[in-house]
Structure formats: C-alpha cells, structure tokens
Design a protein. Structure first.
Length: 63
C-alpha cells in the first residue's frame, strides 16, 4: 500500500507516534502483568517501526 502525505501530515504522524511510544513506555513501567507488558512492548516496537518508516524516503525518491 502506498500513502501520499504532505510534509505537515508526515510531521503530525511523527508527533503522534512519538507520543504513543512514550505513553507505552510509561505504561510498561507501571504494569505488573507479564503478558500485558509483553503486549505493550510489541505495540511500542510496532509504533517505533512505523515512526522509522517516516524517516526513510520512498524507493522512487531514494535514487
């Protein structure tokens, strides 16, 4: 799937993903349930992966 976004939309998504990753990190630190903690870590990792993709130019622009 391709998604075309304007620069301001990309920046907004970055802010949302950064905020979400911070919130998940805080929730992980305050969670005693091992299974729930692992679920939160997985979601945080997915959030960070998506955030990193916003830093990588599309293949068509990389050349």
């Amino acid at each position: 799937m391709n998604l075309n976004l304007h620069d301001d939309e990309v920046e907004f998504l970055r802010e949302i993903l950064d905020s979400t990753a911070r919130a998940l990190t805080s929730e992980i630190a305050h969670t005693d349930n091992r299974l729930y903690r692992q679920t939160l870590k997985t979601r945080r990792d997915q959030t960070r992966t998506l955030r990193a993709k916003l830093e990588t130019p599309p293949a068509s622009e990389a050349s």
